[in-house]
Design a protein around this ligand. Structure first.
Ligand code: COA
Length: 328
């Protein structure tokens, strides 16, 4: 059976680090509050002239190199983002030009907020399974600092900028012991949109556009409770679909929103905390970029080894949520 395997990973973080101590000096918050409630100690912030596609390009180049390929080998690009450079062309199309890919291959952006990377991985894997691509570049890239209200302490302390990428390559593999994506599970529910949104967009008419800029609004405590419950059910669904028991997964690579949400998912999976890849302290919540950033970190520092079983999972605005079970 043909399916996608992760051939290489890459990531990029802007140079500027914004610490909790700096936020303390600007708004009514404290380092202790942020670390105890979220696990976040700092986040990276893009430079004024750095865009989503700049971040994505760095991560993409690193992933292509790690896969031992050239950019011309790529035959599909999907960029998961809620903060693209512009309305169109898509960030993915801009990357074609940046990476020197001659053109003709499919390239598009995908919006599923913080679940975007899992959605993009699933989509690329479907291309590969049906023969539509053999070496897909799957990227999560965000400049959330541009859509934050820096006076709203309930949201601005949580997010950061960054990009992560994988090259998903076609492989012939059978069963759960073979390399590649074993299963994906995607969901969405639009009924609770007001709990987490950016209520602004170019399609909303002149009055809204006059405001010029939209920011993240969130009812954090309610989102927290839905996220924990939903991710618990997602773990059950993923394990059951693959005939697995708690404790069978080697690594949890979760969306990095809040250490308490992540820890609840690890407990549900029967995994000790050291088997969960956590970058939330240093990166904050980088939305669609957080999973490939964490994955790249644990691959490069040697924690994640070939043949191990990874659970990638995310929950985000929409609500959207999803998982990918991957034999690395
Ligand atoms: N610094 C200090 N105090 C803050 C604060 C900050 N940065 N942000 C909020 N507070 C205050 C609130 O105003 C509130 O004060 P009050 O009791 O006087 O009204 C108090 O802290 C508790 O607020 P609450 O929202 O109930 O805190 P919480 O324990 O739920 O933590 C979040 C807040 C945002 C950290 C938490 O709800 C969370 O992480 N939610 C999920 C967010 C998420 O994952 N979003 C993205 C999904 S992809």
């Amino acid at each position: 059976m043909t399916r996608g395997r992760i051939a290489g990973t890459g990531s990029y973080l802007p140079a500027r680090v914004l610490t909790n101590a700096e936020l303390e000096a600007r708004i009514d918050t404290s380092d202790i509050w942020i670390r105890e409630r979220t696990g976040i100690a700092q986040r990276h912030i893009a430079a004024a002239d750095e865009t989503c596609s700049d971040l994505a390009e760095h991560a993409a180049r690193a992933a292509i190199e790690a896969a031992g390929l050239n950019a011309s080998d790529i035959d599909l690009i999907i960029v998961a983002t809620s903060t693209p450079d512009q309305v169109f062309p898509s960030t993915a199309c801009r990357l074609l030009e940046r990476l020197g890919i001659p053109g003709g291959i499919p390239a598009f952006d995908l919006a599923a907020a913080c679940s975007g990377f899992v959605y993009a991985l699933d989509t690329a894997n479907r291309f590969i399974r049906t023969g539509g691509a053999s070496r897909a570049l799957v990227i999560g890239a965000e400049v959330f600092s541009r859509i934050l209200d820096w006076d709203d302490r309930g949201t601005c302390v949580l997010f950061g900028d960054g990009a992560g990428a994988v090259v998903l390559e076609a492989t012939e593999a059978e069963g759960p012991s073979g390399a590649g994506i074993l299963s994906t599970h995607l969901h969405a529910d639009g009924r609770q949109e007001p709990l987490l949104n950016v209520p602004w967009g170019v399609g909303q008419g002149y009055e809204a556009l006059a405001d010029r800029r939209g920011c993240v609004t969130m009812r954090g405590n309610e989102v927290f409770r839905v996220a924990v419950r939903t991710l618990g059910n997602l773990v059950d669904e993923t394990l059951a679909a693959n005939g697995l028991e708690r404790g069978d997964v080697d690594w949890l690579v979760p969306h990095q929103a809040n250490i308490r949400i992540m820890a609840a998912t690890a407990r549900k999976l029967g995994l000790p905390m050291e088997r969960m890849v956590s970058t939330v302290a240093e990166h904050g919540n980088t939305s669609a970029a957080s999973i490939p950033l964490a994955l790249d970190r644990a691959v490069r520092d040697g924690r994640i080894q070939r043949g191990e079983l990874l659970l990638l999972e995310a929950f985000g605005a929409g609500f959207t949520w999803g998982s990918a079970l991957v034999r690395y």
